[in-house]
Each structure stands twice: as structure tokens, then as C-alpha cells.
Write a protein that binds this ligand. Structure first.
Ligand code: TPP
Ligand code: MG
Length: 641
């Protein structure tokens, strides 16, 4: 049995990798009195960079009942094998998001390509403000063998490696050149991961030789440690300033972002909205913070928002942003808020976000801040006509989108029909996942989320390939929920591999693949911006035109998925989809429904705009016409000062 030997009093001899695993297994989080293992598992793919270091440590943890020097059974660190390093970061992000950032996973990769495959996942985590601990392997600290297989050589600096690419996309980055550096670095890493204002990807690079090096660690390093996830309260003076702006409002609008969900502020948000009669619009990350059925909910705001939310945004005199980053989709590229005198009050745990649009800042946890605002604004309400106007706008929008859910006069269903059916079929606590393609826009406009976790849209990075591995993470985090990933055919082709992991771990999710033989999203963007859908369909190259506009590819997605061992239904109508969904829920294993849909939509109507610049000079008429339209659309774009 590979029990490490204690050496000097109060120390334990372990390799750096063994020490890191043992340290991570002893970390706990606490919020609102709920204490949980902070890092309950590690995903990984081994190569020469980590197989004998981190790999050995995980093996020892998995197979040695003493888990190294008598550590308790709770110190297990389950290892999950992934098929692609980018995917495993997506899985970890989805897990942490579904756990409202109270728990997270580690991801261990080999040196070189294994590690850089994680860079995209790191960017996604940092942009979305979701904690994930990345453990890329790194070049030899000792340099005796340089260049090791897959090493980038920089003649100007020997401490540079490909892992430096993680720096701009990590909230904390470190490289453990010497064993004893692990102690301060591990503590710093955990502080950042559990700080709601700082969190994102945290990267600890582990040189290949250092991972396997032994050190005498102080036993206290492995003591159980609890990280208290803070709920910072607003400063009284900031609260006063915010309240005086809110009290002056005649046509206020709340914008709920992801922060409202991660902080579990739904009740507080709803109570604040009810107390003040302020309508609530939502962003992609914030949908569900207030139930879509609530009379004050007006749906998505911005580029892919509802007419109701956008009409209210256009005239709002005070916008109260709660936990939002105000991406260009939310602001419709700075055209959504058109009142010349509009002012912002931003409640955000991160001062950086609270300060946006020259706002009156309330730097606080969303829940604590909303509770304080509700108390402080007591007795004040927006004029009653305002809520009545919002309710009328919402009814008009519902009438306008009703045709999206009805059968269309075309051979294949529009995906909006499928979404309408799915919204009825899924339970309130079930989870819908999506990230890229034409689906996010349609879903933001059409979907009614009735619980905070139901609508899981990754739209900070909108990364094709997130959905499938994310379904694994969401299901691990919420095993009692049905998890449904909506995956475009383009997205499917980017990352189908993780189906093998779903099978290996026997994780039941439902994959809904929308087969439209190309990119409906970028195709329509291309067409409306003068580029004629060039290069956006999946077609064979036509010998005569020389373009990719020949026959459809004979690629058989159902057969591809069946080859992994899944049961698959292929459907071409909304009624058949309903039946297939019922069969899918009855199954106990991961399963898929491939829906043949129409590449050309139709997509929902909408009133938002998105700034995608059109070529300012062109020989093509289509581009010149699109450019003229673009210049006109730019007119209302402004800074909010
Ligand atoms: C990794 C990545 N590459 C490229 C893009 C740009 N992009 C956004 S949507 C899209 C096409 C998506 O195609 P599909 O999944 O079939 O969805 P559809 O547009 O047909 O709804 C592309 C290429 C992206 N978001 N992510
Ligand atoms: Mg497609």
C-alpha cells in the first residue's frame, strides 16, 4: 500500500500532485449555512505531462483506502475521464453554474496541446464568471531535457511556455516551479474561486518534474478548510444614493442578469419588483430569475429581446441592472435605451460591472442588495399606469409570437414550433441547455422559464460545442432534473465526442439535435448584411461554380449517435417530436432526438438591433444596400453618460 511516510514531526511527505489532490479534497464551501465539498471531482486526460504525477496521485486517491496517511473517506477525489480537454472545461463550468457557484470541478490536462485545448474553456469560464480550477501540465522546471516533447521554445525567455496563453483568460494564474510554492498558490487559487466578484478560471500550471517531486508538507496544509462565500451588503450611503434615483423614476425598468441567479436572489428580486411595481426584463444569463409567468416579467431585453421589454427599455428613465454585465446583446449594441435622460442604478457584486453606463453604483451581493433596496424604498411605487402599460405590451407580444408555435406552411417544422412544444413538455425544474447558433435568439424571445435553473444559456462566450459536455455537468449537479441540450448540426459536428463520456458514466441526458444542414444563424446574418449566405451551408463543393453549394452532405447524424450506443429518434414534425420526447423521458440512459428543421426559419419577430459592421466599400449590390441600411441603424447608438 502506497502510504506516504511521515518524516519530521508535523509534516507529511507527498509529491506535489499528491499534496494538491489531498488539499483539494479537504476544501469546503459555505453559504447561507450550507456546507459542501468545494471540489468534489476532477476531470482529466493524461499524457506524458501528467500521467505519472497528477495521474498517479488520482490513482492513489481512488484505490488506496487510507488515501494517504490515514485521510478520511470524505477525502475521495473521484476522477472522470473526458474525450477532449475543451469539453471537460465546459462540463466543469456547467456543473459549477448549476450549483450556483457553490461547488466546482478541477480539470487536469497533459502538457502542450492537452493544456492549450483548455484555453477556450478558460475564456468561457472567466467571461461567464463561473469558477473552474484548471491544472495544465507544464515544461520541466529543471530544464535538463529541454525541449521536452510539445515544448514551445522561446529564445528570449526560458520561463515562457504555451500555458502563458492562459494568463489573459484566467482570474488567477500561477506556475508551481518549486514544491513549496504550492501552499500560497493553492490558497490564493481557492480565494479567487470562492470570491463572487473575482471568480472565473483559475489556472495552476504544474511542471512535469515538479508534479512528481516529494516534499515534507506541514500537516496543517491538509486540514479541512471552509471558504465562506460572501454576501457583501451595500454601503448605507450608496443605498441612499440609489434610492433617491429610484424614487425619482416615472418609467423604471429592472434588468435581471446572471448574478441574480448565482446569488439565489429570485425571491428578493420578485419581492422588490412587486413592492415597487417595476417591470423586470432579463438577459440570457438572467432568464428565470423572476418566473416568466409573473405579471411583471416582460422577457428578454436587447438584440434578441421581446417587443415589450424593448419598448420599456426605449423609454426607461431609470434602468436598474441587477447582476448584469450589459453585453452588446443586452444593450442592443447601445441602442436599446433611447431616453436622452436615462440613468442607471447598477447592483453588482463586482464594482467593474456596477460602474457601467456611469451608473449610481451599489456594490453588493444581488440578494443582500435587493433586500436592502426593498426595505429602503418602502412606500414608493412606480406610477400605476407604468405596470399597466407593461402588461399591455406583454399581451401584445404574446399575440405577436403565437404564430411561432403553430405549424408553418412548409415541409419541415420551424425550430420555434419545437421550442413551443418543449416548453410545454419540460418540467419547471428541468434544465434546458444551449449556447450558440440561431437557437439562443429564438429562445430568449420565446422561452418561458419558471425556475431559476431551467434556462441555461451560455451566451457570454456563445461557444459552439458547449452544449453536449455541459449536459453532463448539469446532470451531475442536478441529478433529479431532466437535462435537455439543444444542439445545432454545426455545433454537434464541433464536439460530439463527449457522448462517449455520457455512456461511460451512465449519465441520462436528452440531446435534441436540430439538423438544418448548415448555419441558420450566421446564414441569415450573412444575408441581411449583404454576404448572401456565403459559406454557411453544409454542401458538397460544386464542380461548376467552385462553391460549396452542391448537394447536401450525406452525413447521417442519427447513425453517428447510434454508433456510440445511444437510442435515437429522428423526427420531421412537431407532433412526432412530442412523442419522441415522451419516449426519451421514459428511457433511463442518455438518448437523442434528431429533428429535421428548416434552415430558413422562420425565426421570431423582434425589435432589437445588433452592431455587425458591413463592408464600407464593395462591388456587390447586396453589400452596398446592406451598408446603407447599417449606417442608418447606427444613428441611435450612444454612450450612456
Ligand atoms: C466555437 C465557435 N466557432 C464559431 C462560432 C460562430 N458561430 C456562431 S453560430 C454558428 C453556426 C451554428 O450552426 P448550428 O449549430 O448548426 O446552428 P444554426 O445556426 O443552424 O441554428 C457559428 C459558426 C461560435 N459561436 N463558436
Ligand atoms: Mg444548423
Amino acid at each position: 500500500m502506497s502510504v506516504p511516510t511521515s518524516t519530521a514531526a508535523g509534516t507529511v511527505r507527498l509529491t506535489v500532485a499528491q499534496a494538491l489532490v489531498r488539499f483539494l479534497a479537504a476544501q469546503y464551501s459555505e453559504r447561507d449555512g450550507i456546507r459542501e465539498r468545494l471540489v468534489p471531482g476532477t476531470f482529466g486526460i493524461f499524457g506524458h505531462g501528467n500521467v505519472a504525477g497528477v495521474g498517479q496521485a488520482l490513482l492513489q486517491n481512488a484505490t488506496d483506502p487510507a488515501r494517504g496517511d490515514g485521510a478520511k473517506d470524505e477525502a475521495a477525489m473521484p476522477y472522470y475521464q473526458s474525450r477532449n480537454e475543451q469539453n471537460m472545461v465546459h462540463t466543469a463550468v456547467s456543473y459549477a453554474r448549476t450549483r450556483n457557484r457553490r461547488q466546482l470541478l478541477a480539470c487536469a490536462a497533459s502538457i502542450g496541446p492537452g493544456s492549450t485545448n483548455m484555453v477556450t474553456g478558460a475564456a468561457l469560464a472567466t467571461i461567464d464568471r463561473i469558477p473552474v480550477l484548471l491544472l495544465p501540465s507544464d515544461i520541466f522546471a529543471g530544464r535538463a531535457v529541454d525541449p521536452v516533447l510539445q515544448q514551445l521554445e522561446d529564445e528570449r525567455a526560458m520561463d515562457v511556455s504555451v500555458n502563458d496563453a492562459f494568463r489573459p483568460v484566467s482570474r488567477y494564474f500561477d506556475r508551481i516551479w518549486r514544491p513549496e510554492q504550492l501552499i500560497p498558490s493553492a490558497l490564493a487559487a481557492l480565494r479567487v474561486l470562492t470570491d463572487p466578484a473575482e471568480t472565473g478560471a483559475v489556472t495552476l500550471c504544474l511542471p512535469q518534474d515538479v508534479q512528481a517531486e516529494a516534499h515534507d508538507w506541514p500537516v496543517e496544509f491538509f486540514d479541512e478548510r471552509t471558504w465562506h462565500i460572501a454576501r457583501p451588503v451595500p454601503e448605507p450611503a450608496a443605498l441612499d444614493r440609489a434610492v433617491s434615483v429610484i424614487r425619482s423614476a416615472r418609467r423604471p425598468l429592472l434588468v435581471a442578469g446572471g448574478g441574480a441567479i448565482y446569488s439565489e436572489a429570485s425571491e428578493a428580486l420578485t419581492a422588490f419588483a412587486e413592492a415597487t411595481s417595476i417591470p423586470v426584463a432579463d438577459t440570457q444569463a438572467g432568464k428565470g430569475a423572476i418566473s416568466g409567468d409573473h405579471p411583471l416579467s416582460v422577457g428578454g431585453v436587447g438584440a434578441t429581446g421581446t417587443d415589450a421589454a424593448n419598448a420599456l427599455a426605449a423609454e426607461a428613465d431609470v434602468v436598474i441592472g441587477v447582476g448584469t454585465r450589459y453585453t452588446d446583446f443586452t444593450t442592443a449594441s447601445h441602442t436599446a435605451f433611447r431616453n436622452p435622460d436615462v440613468r442607471f442604478v447598477n447592483l453588482n457584486v463586482k464594482a467593474f460591472d456596477a460602474a457601467k453606463h456611469a451608473a449610481t453604483m451599489v456594490v453588493a451581493d444581488a440578494r443582500a442588495g435587493l433586500e436592502a433596496l426593498t426595505e429602503a424604498v418602502q412606500g414608493w411605487q412606480a406610477p400605476s399606469e407604468h405596470a399597466e402599460n407593461a402588461a399591455r405590451l406583454r399581451r401584445e407580444w404574446e399575440e405577436r409570437i403565437a404564430p411561432c408555435f403553430a405549424p408553418h406552411d412548409q415541409e419541415l417544422p420551424a425550430q420555434t414550433e419545437i421550442f413551443g412544444a418543449l416548453n410545454q413538455l419540460m418540467g419547471d425544474e428541468d434544465i434546458l441547455l444551449n449556447a450558440a447558433g440561431s437557437m439562443p435568439g429564438d429562445l430568449q424571445a420565446l422561452w418561458t422559464a419558471r425556475s431559476p435553473l431551467q434556462y441555461h444559456l451560455e451566451y457570454g462566450y456563445s461557444c459552439m460545442g458547449y452544449e453536449l459536455p455541459a449536459s453532463l455537468g448539469a446532470k451531475m449537479a442536478a441529478p433529479d432534473s431532466e437535462v435537455v441540450a439543444i444542439i445545432g448540426d454545426g455545433t454537434f459536428q464541433m464536439a460530439p465526442q463527449e457522448i462517449a463520456t455520457l455512456v461511460a458514466e451512465d449519465v441520462k441526458v436528452i440531446l435534441v439535435i436540430l439538423q438544418n444542414h448548415g448555419w441558420s444563424s450566421i446564414g441569415s446574418l450573412s444575408e441581411s448584411h449583404g454576404s448572401q449566405r456565403f459559406g454557411t451551408k453544409y454542401r458538397l463543393r460544386d464542380k461548376e461554380t467552385g462553391l460549396l453549394d452542391g448537394e447536401k452532405l450525406p452525413f447521417d447524424i442519427p447513425a453517428n449517435i447510434r454508433s456510440y450506443g445511444l437510442e435515437v429518434d429522428e423526427v420531421s414534425s412537431t407532433d412526432a417530436f412530442r412523442e419522441a420526447y415522451r419516449r426519451a423521458t421514459a428511457r433511463t440512459r442518455a438518448t437523442a432526438i434528431v429533428v429535421n428543421t428548416d434552415l430558413y426559419g422562420p425565426h421570431p419577430p423582434g425589435s432589437g438591433w445588433w452592431d455587425v459592421p458591413v463592408s464600407a466599400t464593395a462591388r456587390l449590390d447586396s453589400t452596398r444596400a446592406a451598408r446603407a441600411e447599417y449606417e442608418a441603424d447606427l444613428a441611435p447608438q450612444r454612450h450612456y453618460l
